[in-house]
Write a protein that binds this ligand. Structure first.
Ligand SMILES: CC(C)(COP(=O)(O)OP(=O)(O)OC[C@H]1O[C@@H](n2cnc3c(N)ncnc32)[C@H](O)[C@@H]1O)[C@@H](O)C(=O)NCCC(=O)NCCS
Ligand SMILES: Nc1ncnc2c1ncn2[C@@H]1O[C@H](COP(=O)(O)OP(=O)(O)OP(=O)(O)O)[C@@H](O)[C@H]1O
Length: 193
């Protein structure tokens, strides 16, 4: 079974993914789509496209994409973010499909952890979808205080995700309690899959 976990930044997707992994142990795998997005930035043809569209300034001294420089540009400019999305999302979708094919017979549960599950088109790969949310201020606080993202960047990321919604979901979690409460709520959902 493929479970999509989606919702805005700082809502708790990765934490829920890890809870499910703790419950299912070796029978579950997590596809972390943020990480796949980072991998895609190392592909030669993607780097070339990004150079054409964003210029040399997004590269570091070793000719790798500087995520902090690129992030600074796109998270404060919706049009540029959309341009980046058009370049990388098809490749992220391909890569996820490829991984699913490779690991699906070795796992009972595969979790796709992605804020942009619907936007990238990953929802169509999922049997069940969990949508997780929390109030904006709490998410910004988690991103800046717990994940170490500078406050301004955290606010920009959250603003850039205003389109995220719970279009088609089977379960919803409002993650405003403590970790134990989140664990229990996740466990309850797992029992009803
Ligand atoms: C802009 C980039 C270079 C910034 O990298 P950086 O390491 O600084 O941030 P990171 O990837 O950890 O993301 C930080 C937060 O922003 C969110 N985010 C990332 N990309 C996007 C996007 N295109 N739109 C909205 N939110 C995004 C992430 O879910 C996360 O919550 C990188 O996020 C990227 O290449 N994004 C495009 C690919 C993508 O859409 N990834 C998200 C898949 S769910
Ligand atoms: N219920 C909770 N109680 C305390 N801390 C929490 C809770 N839920 C999440 N956190 C913490 O908040 C931070 C953000 O959570 P997490 O990384 O799971 O969010 P996310 O939705 O995966 O974010 P992103 O989209 O940016 O990857 C983490 O440091 C996590 O440990």
């Amino acid at each position: 079974m493929v479970i999509g976990i989606t919702g805005p930044a700082g809502s708790g997707k990765s934490t829920i993914s890890k809870i499910i992994k703790t419950i299912y142990k070796d029978k579950a795998s997590i596809i972390d789509v943020d990480r796949l997005g980072h991998e895609v930035l190392t592909y030669f043809f993607i780097k070339e496209k990004l150079k054409e569209n964003f210029g040399e300034e997004i590269f570091d001294d070793d000719n790798n994409i500087s995520r902090s420089k690129l992030g600074e540009i796109v998270f404060s400019n919706q049009e540029k973010l959309e341009l980046l999305n058009q370049i990388v999302h098809p490749e992220i979708l391909n890569k996820t499909e490829q991984i699913l094919k490779e690991i699906s017979n070795k796992n009972d549960i595969i979790i796709i952890d992605a804020a942009l599950l619907f936007k990238i088109g990953l929802d169509k790969l999922c049997d069940k979808i969990i949508y997780v949310d929390a109030p904006e201020e709490l998410r910004i606080e988690r991103l800046s205080e717990k994940r170490g993202i500078p406050l301004e960047k955290a606010k920009n990321i959250v603003k850039s995700q205003e389109h995220i919604n719970s279009k088609r979901c089977d379960f919803k979690i409002l993650n405003i309690g403590n970790f134990d409460q989140l664990y229990k709520e996740t466990e309850k959902i797992i029992q009803n899959l």
